[in-house]
Design a protein around this ligand. Sequence first.
Ligand SMILES: C[S@@+](CC[C@H](N)C(=O)[O-])C[C@H]1O[C@@H](n2cnc3c(N)ncnc32)[C@H](O)[C@@H]1O
Length: 217
Amino acid sequence: MPADKKKNKSNPQWIRRHVTDPYVKAANQHGYRSRAAYKLLEIDAKDQLFKPGAIVIDLGAVPGSWAQVVRERLAGNDGLLKGRVIALDILPMEPLPDVQFIQGDFREDEVAAQLATALGGVKADVILSDMAPNLSGIGLADAVRCAHLCELAIEFAREHLKPSGVLLVKAFQGSGYSQLVELLKRTFVTVTVRKPPASRAESAETYLLARSLKVRD
Ligand SMILES: C[S@@+](CC[C@H](N)C(=O)[O-])C[C@H]1O[C@@H](n2cnc3c(N)ncnc32)[C@H](O)[C@@H]1O
């Protein structure tokens, strides 16, 4: 990922784009913690990811807008949560009602084990990963770190996703991307690339949507 693609919040150009961004305005109006909410809303509008009663894991959850969307999508007519939302991030997160949060580095085995324990012996219906490392601006190093987080999410899904489950992972086009798509195709029955309108066109970010685990030999 080139250095100029790095999010630099002290850059006047970034600030100008941020304050005029319709998704930022909409997020502020609707009380979402970030514009990223709209990426998930747009993918869900197309792909219907969530069913009432679902168990959903949200990896790389901070500041929490995806967890807010999931919480809303799993609400019954009475507004009560039907299902479970378990969110994880390396950073602390402001609590969200009905969202169970685990703070830890997903690259560490103990943290993945903690998440498995939180599932309490059941498998998830949906695993979301919007994880992205702090970018160094050094293309190859960033690509490798991004791809590694995706691979870990896929590995976790192999063990902890229902056979008919859904995995949605953020991946960056570039080095290692085609290998990730191949890994997903070996692991899941269907794999689709999604680039929701809320994901900036100039960003290498895409989302890979995988459904139904293949039976392992
Ligand atoms: C783009 S943000 C996620 C935004 C979130 N989906 C939302 O809607 O609010 C990416 C997140 O991935 C987290 N992350 C990066 N590396 C991680 C790791 N190794 N373990 C857990 N979380 C990680 C970052 O701390 C960051 O909060």
